[in-house]
Design a protein around this ligand. Structure first.
Ligand SMILES: Cc1ncc(COP(=O)(O)O)c(C=O)c1O
Ligand SMILES: Nc1c(O)cccc1C(=O)C[C@H](N)C(=O)O
Length: 406
């Protein structure tokens, strides 16, 4: 697409749009929710299906290293989140990984009863906490603060602080270092959900010292719908924690088929059951795109894109209000604008080939992903947004009808 407003030439070595299979005529600003398909993934997946599964059958577990995928791919993710090798394992959904981290955290602080989170956290994290509290039935409680003052609510009654680093609605960033320090000073365990951070900005989990981090791989990392989640555990704790979800593949000797559980050595103990080999294969292939990505440069490019987006939208669509922090250092890799008719506007945008998404009650959300979005794309997306808002083409019953789930 061509943009109507001047743009710098896209010389970014990070930009590799040709390596994605993006539909023609689409500007994709929703890679913060579901990353697009890397071009080489279908062929790799086809090989896994036809050659590995088709030909090797059950032998595939040994011949193709299927059983090691959760740990091996975990090491690839570790590099991207600044964690040590051997501290990350893949599997299950992020909701399950939240449960694992939280249950281990509560067991580490048996004398305390409070889980602290914030009211902007993604619902599943809060629901999983509620479910665990009910399951334990030992008088735990979930305390929610406003995102801005969660740090002031940390005290020595808190067992675990559980937060999502980048707010899924506004993109607001928590100060990871300050909050982790405060949690530790109060004797609490720190859990970070990196759903909107992994592949979006540089992280230094090894330096941070938080006990647990969890995240998903279907957003910025392009692992595909339903791609497995990850959990990272601080190295000194890995062999000390007790996995509450004590599945056989987290056992010390799964193929000894012992009648009683013994936790595996190392991060393997955070595995639960059979790895989803096809999803793992898709993710493994997708991660090839990340091998040479410098996360600091990625962050700089993401800020350039999102700053350009904000200044274009504010100049050309004055009826939209910025709902994300204005300071780029206080934002993740997404930007939200507020409008009472944001839902209909987003449907009109999507109908015109610009895909973002909507979060109730009034947020239009856009993700910035420098591997396949250029500054020209961002300006072209605003061209469409400007036309839609100027002509009020969104003001139609088909766009107002709330039929979509994402
Ligand atoms: C912060 C956060 N946690 C968890 C999830 C979802 O977890 P799951 O992969 O289990 O659906 C999402 C998004 O879906 C999210 O944004
Ligand atoms: N995980 C999702 C899904 O299975 C279907 C639709 C959307 C999602 C999402 O990832 C939502 C996302 N976490 C959000 O930030 O809103």
């Amino acid at each position: 697409m061509t943009a109507s407003h001047p743009v710098r030439p896209d010389a970014s070595p990070l930009l590799r749009k040709e390596r994605f299979l993006l539909p023609d005529g689409i500007l994709y600003l929703d890679g913060n929710s579901l990353g697009p398909l890397p071009r080489h993934v279908p062929e790799r997946l086809d090989g896994t299906v036809r050659e590995e599964w088709g030909q090797s059958l059950i032998r595939g577990w040994n011949e193709h290293g299927w059983m090691d995928m959760p740990r091996r791919i975990g090491d690839r993710i570790a590099r991207l989140i600044g964690a040590d090798p051997g501290t990350v394992v893949l599997g299950d959904t992020l909701s399950i990984k939240v449960h694992q981290a939280l249950s281990a955290a509560l067991e580490m602080r048996p004398e305390r009863r409070l889980i602290l989170s914030d009211s902007g956290n993604f619902p599943t994290d809060l629901y999983m906490a509620e479910g665990l509290i009910a399951e334990l039935d030992r008088g735990h409680a979930l305390r929610l603060g406003a995102p801005e003052d969660v740090i002031d609510r940390i005290d020595d009654s808190v067992a675990a602080v559980m937060l999502t680093h980048v707010d899924y609605r506004t993109g607001r960033l928590h100060d990871m270092e300050a909050i982790t320090r405060a949690a530790h000073a109060a004797g609490a365990v720190m859990i970070w959900d990196l759903a909107h951070s992994a592949g979006a900005l540089p992280l230094d989990l090894a330096g941070l010292g938080a006990e647990f981090a969890v995240g998903c791989t279907y957003k910025y990392l392009n692992g595909g719908p339903g791609a497995p989640a990850f959990i990272q555990v601080r190295p000194d704790l890995i062999d000390a924690i007790r996995p509450a979800l004590s599945g056989w593949l987290g056992h010390a000797a799964p193929f000894a088929f012992e009648p009683s559980y013994r936790p595996g050595e190392g991060i393997e103990r955070m595995r639960v059951g059979t790895p989803p080999v096809l999803q793992m294969a898709a993710l493994d292939a997708a991660l090839d795109l990340w091998d040479d990505v410098d996360m600091d440069r990625l962050r700089a490019a993401s800020i350039r894109l999102s700053e350009r987006f904000i200044s274009e939208v504010e100049a050309r669509c004055p009826e939209l209000d910025l709902a994300s922090p204005r300071d780029p250092e206080a934002r993740g890799s997404q930007v939200s604008f507020r409008h009472p008719e944001g839902y209909a506007m987003m449907q009109a945008l999507i109908a015109d080939g610009v895909i973002g998404d909507f979060r109730a009650p009034d947020l239009m959300r856009f993700g910035f992903t420098p591997l396949y979005l250029s500054e020209a794309d961002v300006v072209a997306a605003v061209d469409v947004l400007e036309r839609i808002t100027r002509t009020r083409s969104w003001d139609r019953s088909e766009f107002r009808a709330r039929a979509r789930v994402t």
